[in-house]
Design a binder for this molecule. Structure first.
Ligand code: GLY
Length: 558
C-alpha cells in the first residue's frame, strides 16, 4: 500500500465527472471550414459527402452513409437491424439520441431460448423487431433537409448494380458460410454456387434494392405496415420466429436525452441507456478523475484504466438494461462519491481480482456492428453506431426481402445462469421481456473542450466501450485523428478476469510490468474494433477524418 498512499488524490467534486441528463446549449464555437465523414467503407463515406454537396446537412448524410453501409457491410448492419444516432443540431445546440434499437416481439418470454442451443444467435427466432428503417425515416424527416428518397439513392444504386467483394467482407462470409447456406436467399446473394466468392466478385442485391425503393417511396410505413409487413411476419413465423404484423406496426424510435458528462475541461455527450456505453465510460472516468494521470507513467495509467473498467463493467452487468423497464441508479453510478468508494479498493501496485468484487452475472455483445462520424459546415454532428449483432445477424433472410435479420435478442441476458454466445451469463436488469430493448454497448460520443471537438465510435461488442474510452483519453492527450484510430487496444470487462490485448499492443517490458501487478494477460488472436473519428481544432480550424487502419473504411474532408 506504500505506492498506493503516494497517489496524489484530487477533490473529485472539483475535477470529477458529473452527470447532467438534460440537453443544454454548448458554448458558441466557430463554423467548421470543412465537412468531414469517417465510415467503414469508402462508398458510404462518399455517398454522405455527395448528399452534402447536393445541399443536404449532416443528418441527410447520416441516412445516406447508414443506408450504403447496409448494402456494402451486410455482415455488420442493415435494414433488418437497429442502432443509435447521436445528433447535435448546431442552430439550437440541441443534442439528442435517436434510439432505433430493435425491440423484443410481444410474444417473447424470459426463458424463450432455454434448451435451444443457437436460438438466440441464428434463425428468425433470434431477431428483434428492426429499428433501422424507422430511424432513417425519423432522422430524415425531423432533422434532414432532403427527402428520404434522395438520401437513399446511392444505396439503391449500389444494391442494384453491385459492389466489389473486399477481404473484410469475404472473411465474414467465410466465417458464416455454413449458416448462410441454410437461408436460400442469403446464399444466393453472398455465395457463389455455395462457395465463398473471390475478392473482386460483384455482390448484387436486387431484392434489397427493391426494399430500399419501397422505403424511398412510402417511408417507414411501407416497411412496418401493409403487405410488406405481412410478408415479413409470415416469413419469420413460418421459419420458427415470433413476429406479428402488430409487432411491426407498433415499432417506434425513441428520442432520448444523451448522457452529458464533464471530465476536466471536456464535456462528453454520449449514448444513454439502453446503451451501456455512456454509463460505463462515465463510471470509469469518475474513478480516473481522482488521479493525476498526467503525472503517472504510461503503464500505471494503463493499470488504473483497467481497474476503472473492471469496476465500471461490473456495474454494467448488475444495473443496466432498458430504462423503460428497469430503474437504473444513474446519478449514483456517475457520482464522485461513488467513484471515491470504488477507488478505495484500487492499489497502484496490484490488480484487484474480479472475484473479490461483489459478484454479478454478466452478458456480452458481438464483435460485429459498424460506426460512422459526420460533421457538416454548419457545425451539425452525427455519431451513429448501427448493428445487426453477430456477422450477418441471424444469417436469415425472409424470402423476397433481400436483407439479413438481426440476432440482437442475444444481447439480452438470454437465460439466467445459461452462458450466451460468448460463454457468459446474464443479469436480471437485462432479462428478456415483450417490447423491451436489449442492453447494448454501442457508444457514439461527442467530446468537446475549449480547444476543439471529437466525434468517435466503433463496433466491437463489449470492447466498444474500452475502445471509445481509450480514444477519448488519447484525444485529451493531444493525439491526432489518425493516431487515435490506430492506437493499440487493451480491454478489460470485469469477467472474464483477464486483460485482452491486441497482437503487439504492449512491449515485453509493459507486459512484464502488468503481470507483476497481478494482471492475467490474454493475447487476442486478432485485433478488434473499427473506430471512425472526426476531429476539429477550433484554433487552427483543422478538420480531420480518420478511419481505423484495421478496417476497409475511409475518412474524408470536403
Ligand atoms: N449488438 C452490439 C451491441 O449492441 O452492443
Amino acid at each position: 500500500m506504500a505506492v498506493h498512499s503516494q497517489v496524489r488524490w484530487f477533490a473529485a467534486a472539483l475535477f470529477g465527472v458529473c452527470l447532467v441528463v438534460v440537453s443544454a446549449a454548448a458554448t458558441p464555437v466557430p463554423l467548421p471550414p470543412k465537412a468531414a465523414i469517417a465510415s467503414g467503407h469508402p462508398l458510404a463515406t462518399q455517398a454522405g459527402l455527395d448528399v452534402i454537396a447536393q445541399g443536404g446537412n449532416a443528418f441527410d448524410a447520416a441516412v445516406a452513409v447508414s443506408a450504403v453501409l447496409a448494402v456494402v457491410e451486410p455482415a455488420s448492419s442493415g435494414v433488418g437491424g437497429g442502432g443509435f444516432y447521436l445528433l447535435h443540431v448546431a442552430a439550437t445546440g440541441h443534442d439528442v439520441m435517436v434510439d432505433g434499437r430493435e425491440t423484443a416481439p410481444m410474444a417473447a418470454t424470459r426463458d424463450m431460448y432455454a434448451g435451444r442451443a443457437e436460438g438466440s444467435t441464428a434463425g428468425p427466432l433470434a431477431a428483434g423487431i428492426p429499428g433501422e428503417p424507422a430511424a432513417w425515416a425519423w432522422v430524415a424527416s425531423h432533422y434532414g433537409r432532403l427527402p428520404l428518397a434522395t438520401s437513399l439513392k446511392s444505396a439503391i444504386r449500389i444494391a442494384r448494380d453491385g459492389f466489389e467483394l473486399y477481404p473484410r467482407l469475404q472473411n465474414a462470409i467465410r466465417v458464416k458460410q455454413k449458416q448462410l447456406l441454410q437461408s436460400p436467399d442469403a446464399a444466393g446473394v453472398f455465395l457463389l454456387k455455395g462457395a465463398v466468392p473471390p475478392v473482386g466478385a460483384r455482390i448484387r442485391q436486387p431484392l434489397l434494392a427493391g426494399t430500399l425503393e419501397l422505403l424511398a417511396r412510402e417511408g417507414a410505413d411501407g416497411f412496418y405496415k401493409g403487405a410488406f409487413a405481412a410478408k415479413l411476419a409470415a416469413g419469420v413465423r413460418k421459419d420458427g420466429g415470433l413476429w406479428t404484423v402488430d409487432d411491426l406496426a407498433r415499432y417506434r424510435v425513441i428520442e432520448r436525452a444523451p448522457l452529458r458528462l464533464h471530465y476536466g475541461d471536456a464535456t462528453l455527450v454520449t449514448a444513454s441507456p439502453p446503451s451501456s456505453g455512456g454509463v460505463v465510460i462515465g463510471d470509469a472516468l469518475a474513478i480516473l478523475a481522482g488521479y493525476d494521470l498526467a503525472s503517472l507513467d504510461a503503464n500505471t495509467r494503463r493499470h488504473l484504466t483497467i481497474e476503472a473498467l473492471r469496476r465500471a463493467y461490473r456495474d454494467r452487468a448488475e444495473y443496466l438494461g432498458d430504462p423503460d423497464f428497469v430503474q437504473i441508479p444513474l446519478e449514483l453510478l456517475l457520482s464522485s462519491q461513488y467513484a471515491a468508494g470504488q477507488r478505495t479498493s484500487i492499489r497502484l501496485d496490484r490488480a484487484t481480482p474480479s472475484s473479490v468484487l461483489r459478484p454479478v452475472y454478466t452478458g456480452d455483445e458481438s464483435p460485429s456492428t459498424t460506426h460512422f462520424s459526420v460533421l457538416d459546415r454548419e457545425g451539425n454532428r452525427v455519431g451513429a453506431t448501427v448493428s445487426i449483432n453477430l456477422f450477418f445477424g441471424a444469417t436469415y433472410m425472409v424470402p423476397g426481402t433481400g436483407f439479413m435479420l438481426n440476432d440482437t435478442m442475444d444481447d439480452f441476458a438470454v437465460s439466467a445462469g445459461t452462458p450466451n454466445a460468448f460463454g457468459l451469463v446474464g443479469a436480471d436488469a437485462n432479462a428478456i421481456a415483450p417490447g423491451k430493448r436489449a442492453l447494448s454497448s454501442m457508444t457514439p460520443t461527442f467530446v468537446e473542450r475549449p480547444s476543439g471537438l471529437l466525434i468517435i465510435g466503433s463496433p466491437g461488442g463489449s470492447t466498444i466501450i474500452s475502445n471509445v474510452l481509450g480514444g477519448i483519453l488519447n484525444w485529451l492527450d493531444g493525439k491526432s485523428a489518425a493516431e487515435i484510430v490506430a492506437a493499440p487496444r487493451v480491454h478489460h470487462q470485469y469477467l472474464p478476469d483477464s486483460v485482452m490485448l491486441e497482437p503487439g499492443a504492449l512491449n515485453a517490458e509493459e507486459r512484464a510490468d502488468l503481470e507483476r501487478r497481478g494482471h492475467k494477460l490474454h493475447d487476442g488472436r486478432s485485433s478488434w474494433g473499427n473506430t471512425q473519428v472526426v476531429t476539429w481544432d477550433y484554433g487552427s480550424g483543422k478538420v480531420e477524418a480518420a478511419s481505423d487502419p484495421r478496417g476497409a473504411g475511409v475518412g474524408l474532408v470536403y
